[in-house]
Design a protein around this ligand. Structure first.
Ligand code: ATP
Ligand code: MG
Length: 380
C-alpha cells in the first residue's frame, strides 16, 4: 500500500527537520562549551589536590642527581628531572614526597649575577708579571699558601687573612696579580667592578654582593676580585641622596660578607684601587682586607723585567732593553706594553718581519714622553 503524503504535510516535515537540525547544532555547541568548562574545572581541582612544591637551591650536581638545600637548611641528594638544564646555584622546585627536582625557577640571583660578574679560569702566570717581586711574595703568602696548604695554618693554629687590598696607579699590574693568583691556585676567578655595581645595580647592589659571595662559595676554591673598590667604599661626609644611601647599603653588605665567612673557606678576596686616599677605613679593619699591598710604578730594574716580558714573544733584532728601561722612567707596565705594540706597528709599516731598536725609538717619540738621546741605538 502506498503511503501518500500531501504536499503540505511534506513541507511541514521539511521545516520540522530543519528546526531539529538547528537545535541539534546548538546543543552540540553547548556540549562542547560545557566539556571545556568541565576540563578546566577538573584541571583546577587536580591542581588544588596536588601538594605544593618546595623551593630549594642546587648545591652541587652529579649527573642526574644533585645535592639540594631547602630553605630550612636541610640538604638532600635527589634526582633531577631530565632536561631541566639546572646548574649549581640555581633555585628549583622540588616535589614534597620524592624530593625530586621538577622545575627550575627564575629568581633574582645567579643568572643576574652571572651577567654582571666576569667569571673565568684565567691563564695568567706569575712569569708574565715583570717586577713587583715584593707584591707577588705577599699575594702568594696571603692567597696562594692558605688555598694550597691550609694544614700549615691549622697546625700552627692561625687564620690567614681573608684577602688583600692592592693599591697603586693605573696599569701597574693589579689585575694581573689577581689573575695570576687564581691561575696558580686553580681557582675560579670572579671579577666585579665597583663602579659598575653602583651604576647598573641601583637598588640591588647589596643583593648582588650577597649572591656573589654565595656563588664564590659554590665554586670554591675561588678568588673574588673587586676592582675599583673605592666606588663602593669611599668615605663620604654625608649620605644624603638615595643614590648614596644605596651605595652605602651595598658597602655594608660587602662588610657583612667579609665578616661572615671564615678565612679558611676556600674563598679569597682581592680588592684593587687607585685611590687608597679616599677609601673608607672600615674596609681595611683587622679581620677584613687588612693586608695592604702597594703596586707602584716600576723602577728601572722592574721596567727592564716588564719590557723583557712583553718583547719575549716578539721577533726583535738588536733591541737594547736596558736603554729602553732607562728611558722610560715614570712609565707604567701598561704603558710599556703599549710601547712594545707601537714598536711592532713600526715594523709592520716598514714591511719588516722583525722589530728593531729604531722602532722603539720612534714609538717613544710618538708617545712623546722621553728624551730620545737617551736611547739612540747602540749599534747604528
Ligand atoms: N708588572 C707588569 N708586568 C707585565 N705587564 C704589565 C705589568 N703591569 C701592567 N702590565 C701590562 O698592562 C696591562 C694592564 O695591567 P693591569 O690591568 O694589571 O693594570 P691595573 O693595575 O689593574 O690597572 P688599573 O688600576 O687601571 O685597573 C696588563 O695586561 C699587562 O699587559
Ligand atoms: Mg685593573
Amino acid at each position: 500500500m502506498e503511503n501518500h503524503v500531501s504536499r503540505d504535510e511534506y513541507e511541514r516535515m521539511l521545516e520540522q527537520n530543519k528546526q531539529l537540525n538547528l537545535s541539534l547544532n546548538r546543543m552540540e555547541d553547548e556540549t562542547s562549551i560545557l566539556r571545556a568548562l568541565f576540563n578546566k574545572t577538573h584541571g583546577e581541582l587536580e591542581n588544588i589536590k596536588r601538594p605544593a612544591l618546595l623551593v630549594a637551591e642546587i648545591m652541587q650536581i652529579f649527573d642526574d642527581k644533585a645535592v639540594i638545600k631547602l630553605t630550612n637548611g636541610n640538604q638532600f641528594y635527589s634526582y633531577i628531572t631530565e632536561g631541566l638544564g639546572v646548574r649549581a646555584g640555581d633555585h628549583v622546585l622540588v616535589d614534597q614526597k620524592s624530593l625530586n627536582v621538577v622545575e627550575r625557577i627564575e629568581t633574582f640571583s645567579n643568572r643576574d649575577v652571572e651577567r654582571f660578574v666576569i667569571m673565568q679560569k684565567p691563564d695568567t702566570t706569575w712569569k708574565q708579571i715583570g717586577g713587583l717581586s715584593e707584591a707577588i711574595e705577599q699575594v702568594k703568602e696571603v692567597i696562594e699558601l692558605p688555598l694550597k696548604h691550609p694544614h700549615l695554618f691549622e697546625q700552627v693554629g692561625i687564620h690567614p687573612p681573608k684577602g688583600v687590598l692592592l693599591h697603586g696607579p693605573p696599569g701597574t699590574g693589579k689585575t694581573l696579580l689577581a689573575k695570576a693568583a687564581a691561575t696558580s691556585t686553580d681557582s675560579t676567578f670572579i671579577e666585579i667592578v665597583g663602579s659598575e655595581l653602583v651604576q647598573k645595580f641601583i637598588g640591588e647592589g647589596s643583593k648582588l654582593v650577597k649572591e656573589l659571595f654565595a656563588m664564590a662559595r659554590a665554586k670554591a676554591p675561588s678568588i673574588v676580585f673587586i676592582d675599583e673598590i673605592d666606588a663602593l667604599a669611599a668615605t663620604r661626609l654625608e649620605t644624603g641622596t638615595s643614590g648614596e644611601r644605596e651605595v652605602s647599603r651595598t658597602f655594608m653588605q660587602l662588610l657583612a660578607e667579609l665578616d661572615g665567612f671564615k678565612s679558611l673557606d676556600n674563598v679569597k678576596i682581592i680588592a684593587a684601587t687607585n685611590r687608597l686616599d679616599i677609601l673608607d677605613p672600615a674596609i681595611i679593619r683587622p679581620g677584613r682586607l687588612d693586608r695592604l699591598i702597594e703596586v707602584g710604578l716600576p723602577d728601572i730594574v722592574a721596567r727592564n723585567d716588564i719590557l723583557a716580558v712583553h718583547t719575549k714573544g716578539m721577533k726583535t733584532k738588536r733591541v737594547n732593553i736596558s736603554k729602553l728601561a732607562a728611558a722610560t722612567d715614570g712609565f707604567s707596565g701598561a704603558e710599556l706594553k703599549a710601547l712594545c705594540t707601537e714598536a711592532g706597528y713600526g715594523a709592520i709599516r716598514d714591511e719588516r718581519n722583525y722589530v728593531a731598536h729604531t722602532d722603539f725609538v720612534a714609538a717613544l717619540e710618538k708617545v712623546g714622553r722621553r728624551n730620545i738621546e737617551e736611547i739612540e741605538p747602540m749599534f747604528g
